[in-house]
Design a protein around this ligand. Structure first.
Ligand code: EPU
Length: 358
């Protein structure tokens, strides 16, 4: 079935809870419904959302917003060591994680608790605690709007990177609508415990069941990330920047207090930090160093800072929250600008948003 609503409020359809509207809202239940839609006849432009958990509506949307309600699980292959599971794009991603863990299938447990739906997860390559969707995704079934036919893309064709895929860029952007995802899940224990707090949790005894890991992940998330049902947000607002060794060394200098670049401002919280080890970082390639954006933001003294009705989340400064529940897009955008400007001034690093602006 296809349900259409005109001048529809999107307040309950984005986890930031921006009270904006779209000219037309369309929800469909099956691939056949999707193929039946004449998108050209609808208010333009047309965009597709999942749970709206990684986007910021910057104002009313003049066109059509599509939402998939394709919800199913189908075991496509059940072999000795693994299961291939096809999941509809409209399934809540965490429901899939729970399903997999409850059925003693490994692979999705580290991704527990991430807000969003399966279709968007395949577009965004969501990740957490040392795992990414691309690690368990083998195929994506899409509707190709150009050729008006169903296409099955192998994981390698989707161009996955850090919170990125070919679906987010031309020529694929806007052309494909994800209908389902094929996941490969392991029956043999395959815990991924590289992430510090998980390693610590299971230091004495390796987890024997994926539900144990799932529960640990949910606990860790609970302590750090706001529950979108309680406090509006879109998770991490910025990507963790990857910088050159020279830039990293400049950050170390700034923290040591030697000033680094001209015009760098004194850091409110950095004084007295003990040398290079104070800058958290991960080597991710030759001359490529990832520095946690949360740390950069905290060093700029912005943790917990409130501007208008938006705030930097106290427990994880990478997250911007709708502090009052009634923040407007302008509040979020103003705080975003302040964070980007402060980090640039302090460290000469340009943060880029992870959240899609619409
Ligand atoms: N940090 C601080 N201050 C804080 C919090 C963190 O300095 O208040 C520094 C610490 O050095 C810490 C580091 O930031 O070690 C990393 O923090 P965390 O482990 O919380 O992870 P993150 O890099 O900030 C990323 C993802 C999260 C994901 C976590 C866990 C991005 C943009 N974000 O955050 O994903 O849950 O790792 O794997 O990659 C999301 O994408 O919406 C999201 C929440």
């Amino acid at each position: 079935m296809i349900r259409r609503r005109d001048n529809f409020s999107l307040a309950g359809r984005n986890t930031f809870r921006m009270d904006v509207s779209c000219a037309c809202w369309i929800e469909y239940d099956s691939p056949e419904d999707l193929m039946e839609l004449d998108l050209g006849s609808l208010p333009q432009p047309v965009m597709h959302i999942g749970a709206g958990s990684n986007l910021l509506f910057t104002g009313d949307f003049p066109g059509t917003v599509l939402h998939s309600n394709i919800k199913y699980y189908q075991v496509v292959a059940d072999a000795e060591e693994e299961v291939l599971l096809e999941v509809g794009a409209g399934v809540v991603f965490d429901d899939f994680c729970a399903w997999a863990s409850d059925n003693e299938l490994w692979g999705a447990e580290n991704l527990s608790g991430i807000p969003g739906e399966v279709g968007a997860a395949a577009v965004q390559n969501i990740g957490a605690y040392g795992a990414e969707v691309k690690d368990i995704l083998t195929q994506v079934k899409c509707f190709d709007l150009e050729r008006r036919r169903i296409e099955t893309l192998a994981g390698v064709q989707c161009g996955y990177g850090y919170r990125d895929s070919a679906f987010k860029h031309a020529p694929m952007k806007g052309r494909y609508i994800v209908m389902s995802v094929l996941f490969r899940l392991s029956k043999t224990p395959a815990p991924r415990l590289d992430y510090g707090p998980l390693k610590m949790t299971f230091a004495d005894q390796a987890p024997a069941h994926p539900v144990q890991v799932r529960q640990a992940v949910l606990r860790i998330r609970d302590g750090k990330l706001p529950d979108p049902a309680v406090l509006g947000s879109a998770g991490s607002f910025f990507k963790n920047p990857v910088v050159s060794t020279a830039t990293y060394e400049r950050v170390v200098d700034v923290v040591r207090g030697s000033g680094a670049g001209e015009g760098s401002v004194p850091l409110p919280t950095a004084s007295g930090l003990p040398g290079p080890n104070a800058v958290p970082h991960y080597n991710v390639g030759e001359n490529q160093i990832k520095i946690p954006a949360a740390w950069l933001i905290e060093q700029c003294g912005l943790k917990g800072v409130r501007m208008g009705e938006a705030a930097v989340y106290e427990r994880q400064p990478l997250v911007i929250v709708n502090a009052t529940g009634t923040a407007r897009p302008e509040d979020i955008l103003a705080l975003e600008r302040k964070i980007i400007d402060s980090v640039r001034q302090c460290f000469g690093i340009e943060l880029s948003p992870e959240v899609e602006h619409i």
